[in-house]
Design a protein around this ligand. Structure first.
Ligand code: SF4
Length: 235
């Protein structure tokens, strides 16, 4: 079927979620934690997934579309949303932000988008050797679409001092607008590029210091969560 699933109590705040992992991604982030999902596979049959959802829908409140890059499968996501609407679920999308046109086809059904902002928008070469054309414009367009539709937007950056500096985080924070910004700890147990497998995982205190330093305009208030630190907009 080329779809993986798991249940999670962490991936949709306040909800138990069914996480659906899609195969394929146009980036090759050095720290990618799911390298086995990077090769694209077409999805031809959703019957097994629908049967599993029918049998277990009482167990979760939300579906999280993730991967890989989930928007490479926007038409499949649309089919899943239409099939599961009867269960009154919430829908969250994880994306690398490089597919605004595909996002438009499903944005009206989404409640939450987690958008990876991997580096300052003109410095993606720090994270991946494969930088698609117009990365900066596409990510900004993705942000605009999400905000225009009033969908909750979390921007996320995975941090290791081997690839990014605290100043890079400051640049990212200046260039985005979102409801929540999360700095994620780099984990070095499984990565795409083995040359960084020994790169240090930052401790939460280090991440907190970086966020405090660049949160000077008080646009955000800090919050903490397992292995992540973030700043959340004061509404
Ligand atoms: S971290 Fe995400 S965007 Fe980067 S290669 Fe892995 S799946 Fe793709």
């Amino acid at each position: 079927m080329y779809i993986e699933t798991t249940y999670s109590a962490l991936d949709y705040p306040g909800c138990m979620s069914l996480d659906i992992f899609f195969y394929g991604c146009d980036l090759r982030c050095k720290y990618c934690h799911n390298p086995e999902l990077l090769q694209y596979h077409n999805i031809t049959n959703l019957e097994t997934l629908f049967k599993m959802i029918d049998e277990n829908h009482d167990f979760f409140d939300a579906i999280v579309f993730t991967g890989g890059e989930s928007l490479l499968h926007n038409q499949t996501i649309l089919k899943i949303i239409k099939y599961t609407k009867k269960y009154n679920l919430r829908y969250k999308l994880d994306t690398n932000g490089l597919h605004p046109r595909r996002l438009r086809t499903i944005i009206k059904y989404l409640d939450y988008v987690a958008l990876d902002v991997k580096a300052p928008l003109d410095k993606y070469y720090k994270i991946t050797n494969r930088v698609p054309a117009y990365t900066c414009n596409k990510i900004l367009e993705t942000m605009r679409i999400i905000q225009k539709h009033g969908v909750f937007l979390e921007c996320r950056t995975t941090y290791t001092s081997r690839l990014l500096s605290p100043e890079d985080v400051g640049e990212i924070m200046k260039s985005i607008t979102c409801d929540q910004y999360t700095l994620q700890q780099y984990r070095n147990d499984v990565v795409y590029d083995v040359s960084i497998i020994n790169a240090p995982s930052p401790n939460p205190y280090e991440l907190e210091q970086i966020l405090r330093k660049y949160n000077k305009d008080k646009k955000y208030t800090t919050y903490t969560k397992t292995s992540q630190l973030g700043v959340k907009k004061i509404l």
